[in-house]
Design a protein around this ligand. Structure first.
Ligand code: IPE
Ligand code: MG
Length: 218
């Protein structure tokens, strides 16, 4: 979800107004994802590197996040959306962590869209933690396979990424799902995240359906 700051700057507004507008985009995209019948939607909200941002921006992002989690709770229950926090627990303020766990528990049996919120997420850390878990589980060298390692990632039993949508024209992965997106299709749009919505998601899906996926085969 990139481009909130630039969206606000273009209007001469403080960055936090861009983040607030970004929440509206989340609402629209979530609704469209449900309507399109998607199985999984992952949104990258905050990386393990984002803590390097100025204190006041981090604090207001966390406050916004907390408000937003509470606001979305009813929608998750109404629409049968399953919530999943993707990322490390260590470092997340305790109150938010509690909210995240509670939302996961409250929606665990939901059959619909699985909504992965990547918060305090970094793909390299995820891989390191998965390797550590292999050791902790007593796996020998020969037992470490794509399946056994993949199952220990935070994405656990979720399928590989089919489509990565990158907003605001950035052309990099930024430590996002390095393993899971091995054969993901890329869709890059100049649209800034706050301007992204249902129509833009549908546009990206249309482009995706035009692609021919060969997964390294012929
Ligand atoms: C993305 O918008 C939101 C977060 C990373 C929380 P940015 O804050 O990165 O916006 P730009 O890149 O400065 O426009
Ligand atoms: Mg950015």
């Amino acid at each position: 979800m990139d481009g909130n700051g630039r969206w606000a700057a273009q209007r001469g507004w403080p960055r936090i107004k861009g983040h607030k507008a970004g929440v509206k985009a989340v609402e629209a995209v979530l609704e469209a994802a449900v309507a399109e019948g998607l199985g999984h939607l992952s949104l990258f909200a905050f990386s393990t590197e984002n803590w390097k941002r100025p204190g006041p921006e981090v604090a207001s992002l966390m406050a916004l996040l907390r408000m937003y989690l509470r606001m979305f709770r009813r929608r998750f229950l109404e629409k049968g959306i399953r919530f999943h926090h993707l990322g490390a627990s260590a470092g997340i303020p305790e109150g938010i962590l509690r909210d995240l766990k509670e939302l996961e528990a409250a929606t665990a049996s939901h059959p619909g869209l699985v909504f992965h919120l990547a918060l305090n997420y970094g793909s390299r850390l995820e891989l390191v933690e998965a390797a550590r878990r292999c050791v902790a589980d007593g796996l020998g060298a020969e037992a470490i396979t794509e399946e056994s390692l993949g199952a220990r990632l935070w994405t656990g039993g979720a399928p590989d990424v089919d489509l990565i949508i990158r907003t605001s024209g950035e052309l990099r992965l930024s430590n996002f799902m390095l393993w899971q997106s091995a054969y993901a299709e890329f869709y890059v749009t100049e649209t800034l995240w706050p301007d992204f919505g249902g129509a833009q998601l549908r546009g990206a899906l249309e482009a995706y359906h035009q692609r021919e996926r060969r997964f390294g085969g012929l």
